[in-house]
Design a protein around this ligand. Structure first.
Ligand code: UD1
Length: 348
């Protein structure tokens, strides 16, 4: 069960692992992300079969979007009669599927369980906590995530699998390592910073968004900024000019393009959970524009610094001085196979 961009990325290795174990696997797409470059390009790039069912839910307020999904998912699940529903991550699609599944007593597994930001302003934090507590099986990507699940009394329903993002990121890095994938619209520069900003807390206030854009423009290097639709819509609503001398705005990138661009970047500035970790896996220094992270290992190992004050972005970026490390808190690949085996063998 998927619906949003980060879930398609995680689906790719899971799909392959399910196939390898001869598990009959059907894909339901809620339609939370519907633009071709937010959805279709991931299925093509990562060789994921087209969804068996596409619900076409689209955008809306949290309640309206989640509510529409629950209703449609319930009837889809009744028709499909699966032995298990697998949900990914922390989006509204995740929570909707979790609620739809448990209400009709279908076994529920949650991939990327146990992550916590402790920030109750984040819609994703509520989505992940509620989904973990609804799930029959919590698949934890890291020791820290497993420890969070234990602390919340969920040990007997939890298993450590490693992080499937490692599988897909390292595979993709191998595919693109021999040269930068041509990226439409990017004029190119040998020295650039890659940036992405899309979290509601960063985009949904005029003051906050405009100080982030100002901070990015003042980093002293070209900033390539693949713009999420939320960022573009909010900048337009607040009359914030994105056409600045040091910022090159491009449409959302395919996964291959993103990894290729990340590998060549001097550093990364982001509020994305996925990109913080990809930066670490590719050993590119990263600044995260938030006050906390679910991926604390990246900070502890010196490859990621938090910066919640956009006027300090340049200072923090210059302070970053990560040392080479062979630490692998997210595993070294093979997590999708672990997750698929665990689901197959779990006594639901
Ligand atoms: C969602 C997830 C977030 C995840 C992000 C990845 C929730 C609460 N948040 O945030 O955890 O990191 O996806 O991108 O589920 N839109 C389009 N085209 C699209 C998709 C969205 O134009 O294909 C626009 C719509 O105007 C929509 C806005 O973007 O209102 C935000 O989309 P939405 O899916 O609600 O949340 P994201 O910000 O993408």
């Amino acid at each position: 069960m998927v619906g949003a961009r980060p879930q398609f990325v995680k689906l790719a290795p899971i799909c392959r692992a399910m196939g390898g174990l001869n598990i009959q696997h059907q894909i339901v797409h809620t339609g939370q992300h519907y633009d071709a470059n937010m959805s279709d390009s991931f299925f093509v790039d990562l060789q994921i079969p087209a969804p068996d069912l596409h619900l076409g839910v689209g955008s809306g307020s949290h309640g309206a979007q989640t509510g529409r999904m629950i209703e449609l998912l319930e009837s889809a699940f009744v028709d499909l009669k699966p032995d298990c529903i697998l949900v990914y991550g922390d989006t509204n699609s995740t929570l909707a599927a979790a609620l739809a599944a448990v209400k009709i007593h279908l076994p529920l597994a949650h991939l990327e369980a146990g992550l916590r930001s402790r920030n109750r302003r984040m819609p994703e934090e509520h989505n992940r906590v509620l989904t973990d507590h609804a799930a029959d099986l919590c698949l934890a990507p890291t020791e820290a995530a497993l420890s969070n699940l234990r602390d919340e009394g969920l040990a007997s329903r939890s298993a450590l699998t490693g992080d499937v993002m490692t599988d897909v990121c390292l595979d993709t890095a191998e595919r693109v390592k021999d040269g930068r994938v041509s990226t439409k619209g990017i004029t190119g520069s040998s020295e650039y910073i890659l940036a992405t900003i899309h979290r509601a807390d960063n985009t949904d206030s005029r003051e906050r968004l405009s100080s982030i854009i100002e901070g990015l423009d003042g980093l002293g290097s070209l900033v390539i900024l693949p713009a999420h639709p939320r960022l573009v819509a909010k900048a337009r609503e607040f009359s914030i000019d994105l056409d600045l001398p040091n910022i090159e705005i491009v449409d959302p990138l395919s996964y291959l393009e993103l990894i290729s661009l990340a590998m060549g970047a001097r550093s990364i500035v982001t509020d994305s959970g996925g990109l913080q970790k990809e930066a670490f896996l590719l050993r590119v220094p990263c600044v995260t524009v938030r006050s906390e992270t679910e991926w604390q290992e990246t900070v502890d190992l010196g490859w990621n610094m938090l910066c919640n004050d956009p006027s300090q972005l340049s200072v923090i970026l210059n302070e970053l001085c990560p040392q080479p490390t062979s630490a692998a808190p997210y595993g070294r690949g093979g997590a999708a196979l672990n997750a698929a085996k665990t689901i197959l063998e779990w006594n639901f």
